[in-house]
Design a protein around this ligand. Structure first.
Ligand SMILES: C[S@@+](CC[C@H](N)C(=O)[O-])C[C@H]1O[C@@H](n2cnc3c(N)ncnc32)[C@H](O)[C@@H]1O
Length: 310
């Protein structure tokens, strides 16, 4: 399961990064791996604030990463010292192991989340961040893929985004500094900063803040009644703004899926089906087949299509 990449000193971030060893086309899989540690969030012990118990992270790491060499390599990975201290001080670590805080801090800095699982692999933990990413990832509890969302040239660094890009530069940089301990110097934050794009992201951010309730309502059919025309308008606006930002095609398919559900609730089955089709294509490109999100959209699309045929 090797791919067209090599790990070497990064030009974008600190430390190492992943580089293309040949030209890679849009939609190609760059990395396909089975993770070394998987945490199933559905079975997790969550704290009242909704975060995953630190003890659970440590226990899973301790159980699944038993090879001493793999553990040693893991403990050399980058982390945020503040996180280590915080984790060590948190009572819910339930462990006296002096490395527990560090294990958790490294986890926070290096795991990939698929939605229902958090994964650690020796390759994915080397991928640096850019607000002008050229790759995205997807997967499930079994494995994950990293995929090119635009053509990547030989020797170019493969870069993902650690955060939502539907927010302006200031918010992104605060989130990256607090969460990962670095100042982003990518083209979008520095030399190619685009005020118009930043303004668009401000709008997206405020639309996003109004959307969560609608998301829940649309996913759970029993709440169909709470969806109102203004929610549909909000979501249509969001999709419209996202269309102007090609690097955000992963955020786009998520909103297209939501919009398709809203159209379904409004009984606009044909519009819903074509919107869900677009979401499905986006999900396959960004997250690949077999990814839990792609599979969910595929299933919803089949439902809409069969309703159209009946
Ligand atoms: C998942 S690791 C990425 C691989 C890491 N560079 C390494 O050598 O192991 C995340 C860490 O890499 C560094 N990093 C990632 N993207 C960066 C960027 N755009 N600028 C500066 N540092 C970055 C930060 O230290 C971050 O906490």
């Amino acid at each position: 399961m090797t791919g067209p990449y090599v790990i070497r000193k990064s030009v974008n971030g600190e430390g190492n990064g992943l580089f293309a060893t040949r030209d890679i086309r849009t939609g190609e899989t760059v990395v396909e791996k089975r993770p070394l540690v998987v945490i199933d969030l559905n079975q997790g012990r969550f704290l009242p604030d909704g975060s995953l118990s630190l003890a659970r992270i440590y226990d899973e790491w301790n159980r699944q990463l038993s090879d001493p060499k793999e553990r040693k390599d893991y403990l050399k990975l980058s982390h945020h010292d503040n996180d280590a201290q915080l984790a060590q001080n948190r009572k819910d670590t339930l462990t006296s192991n002096p490395d527990a805080g560090k294990v958790i801090a490294i986890w926070n800095n290096n795991c990939l989340g698929t939605g229902s699982h958090d994964l650690y692999s020796k390759i994915s933990c080397r991928i640096n961040h850019s607000c002008q990413k050229n790759a995205t990832w997807g997967g499930n509890g079994e494995g994950f893929t990293v995929r090119a969302i635009r053509n990547i040239k030989k020797d170019e660094e493969v870069l993902i985004s650690y955060i939502s890009l539907a927010q302006p530069r200031k918010m992104r940089s605060d989130q990256l500094r607090q969460g990962y301990g670095f100042d982003c110097d990518c083209p979008a934050c520095g030399k190619e900063f685009d005020q118009l794009s930043d303004d668009r992201r401000k709008v997206m951010c405020s639309l996003n803040q109004k959307l969560p309730k609608v998301v829940e309502a649309a996913k759970l059919e029993k709440f169909d009644k709470v969806v109102r025309p203004e929610h549909v308008k909000l979501c249509e606006d969001m999709v419209g703004w996202l269309k102007q930002e090609p690097t955000m095609i992963d955020e786009m398919f998520v909103k297209q899926e939501l919009l398709a559900h809203l159209y379904r609730i409004e009984k606009k089955h044909s519009t819903a089906s074509s919107m869900m089709q677009q979401a499905y294509e986006g999900a396959r490109l960004c997250r690949g087949d077999g990814d839990e999100h792609t599979e969910r959209i595929k299933y919803a699309l089949q439902g809409l299509e069969s309703r159209l045929q009946s």
